[in-house]
Design a protein around this ligand. Structure first.
Ligand SMILES: Cc1ncc(COP(=O)(O)O)c(C=O)c1O
Length: 399
């Protein structure tokens, strides 16, 4: 066996990506599969953004840029952070990356080291644990309760902090739960973060996709945290730009400069054409974002109702953001159906794909094995059909 780097060898493949790729394979083989697995909007990238990319190509913007992105893009990001979150970052404290994933990974690699613990309130996006492991630090799952809206409890956090705890990741709205932190909870958590001198990585990937009145940003609730925290964000979700690969980070000057040096060595600048498109995304009219959110809201309402009607599924709260639901499915677990033991959410997800031809993601890698994640980045008609199929299956499972 070839000896690989220990940290890389221990990496698991992303389970969300794997579920989506399996659904695509089955579709390509002619199977009638509906995918509710993907973490990507089904909408096309708005025309104005594509047009800006074409213009950049025509102008010959095909060369290297500064590895942290062009000044024009970083200026557009600066304005976006001020406009949407009330945060004030000079351009020198902003870095553009090839996706939110790269921004988060480079920031986590920059902040944390061997011997550190980083708290991940679970359920949480599958990639954070891998990113923390790659940094050499240890991910520490801290479960939240569905009965508490999947929000981190400040007292539980206080109890979980040890002498080694150096940081925490906060993702609001949350992938996979759709939970949005209210201002009051943010203020209570901020006190604990400051007291314990934690570094806070604030992942705002879904901040534009909220269905109630927007809540303030954590660093606006407690501005002192901006000295000990980094914002990471992406163009993927708000602008339906998953394939373009563009994201960004903003934080203290020293941290961003170091993360940009890392990026300069491991990949260099995000695609120059994508950067031009990103400027248009942020500075152009935002009606397309509003239209997508309105459509997601219609789907969220339908999906929440249909999930609650499914035999064996529990969804006490209607998610306030992102485009996922994360119901609890314990009632279906421990049973055997057509020779398959439904041991956990992953096993149920496998059965739903095989028997009902709907791709969903099991909750195990999100840190919640009694749940499954369903994305509603699919047209209403497909959603209706998917729930009909899952409903027939779960009724059979429960006999
Ligand atoms: C919570 C969260 N953060 C960051 C990302 C990164 O997205 P991208 O790398 O496409 O910018 C995702 C994508 O699924 C996500 O769900």
């Amino acid at each position: 066996m070839i000896r690989l780097n220990r940290r890389v060898a221990s990496l698991k493949a992303s389970s969300t990506m794997a579920a989506e790729m399996r659904a695509r394979e089955l579709k390509a083989a002619g199977q009638d599969v509906i995918s509710l697995a993907a973490g990507e909007p089904d909408f096309d990238t708005p025309q104005r953004i594509k047009h800006a990319a074409l213009q950049a190509l025509e102008r010959g913007q095909t060369k290297y840029t500064p590895s942290s992105g062009t000044v024009e893009l970083k200026e557009a990001i600066r304005l976006k952070l001020a406009r949407s979150a009330g945060l004030d970052y000079p351009v020198a404290q902003i870095m553009a990356s090839a996706g939110g994933k790269q921004a988060a990974c480079n920031v986590i690699a920059t902040l944390f080291d061997e011997g550190d613990e980083v708290i991940l309130p679970t359920p949480i996006w599958v990639s954070f644990a891998a990113m923390v492991q790659l940094s050499g630090a240890e991910p520490k799952a801290l479960p939240t309760e569905q009965s508490d809206g999947f929000l981190l409890d400040p007292q539980a956090l206080g109890r979980a902090i040890t002498a080694r705890t150096r940081g925490i990741v906060i993702n609001s709205p949350c992938n996979p739960t759709g939970a949005v932190y209210p201002a009051k909870r943010l203020a209570a958590l901020a006190r604990v973060f400051l007291e314990a001198e934690l570094w806070v990585v604030c992942d705002d990937a879904y901040a534009d996709i909220v269905y109630d009145l927007p809540e303030p940003h954590l660093f606006a609730v407690e501005p002192r945290l901006a000295q000990r925290g980094v914002v990471v964000n992406t163009f993927s979700k708000s602008y339906a730009m998953t394939g373009w690969r563009l994201g960004f980070a903003a934080g203290p000057r020293e941290v961003i400069a170091a993360a940009a040096r890392l990026q300069g060595q491991n990949s260099g600048n995000p695609c120059s054409i994508t950067q031009a498109a990103g400027i248009e995304a942020l500075t152009g009219p935002q009606d397309d974002v509003a239209a997508m959110v309105a459509e997601f809201r219609r789907r969220r309402d339908l999906v929440a109702r249909r999930v609650r009607e499914l035999p064996g599924f529990r969804l006490p709260e209607v998610p306030a953001g992102a485009f996922y639901v994360f119901p609890e499915v314990s009632q279906l677990l421990g049973r055997t159906f057509r020779g398959t033991k439904i041991s956990d959410g992953d096993a149920l997800a496998g059965l739903i794909l095989e028997e009902a031809r709907v791709a969903v993601v099991g909750g195990n890698d999100f840190g919640a094995a009694n749940h499954i994640r369903l994305s509603y980045a699919a047209p209403l008609s497909e959603l209706e059909e998917a729930f009909d199929r899952i409903g027939r299956l779960t009724a059979q499972i429960l006999g």
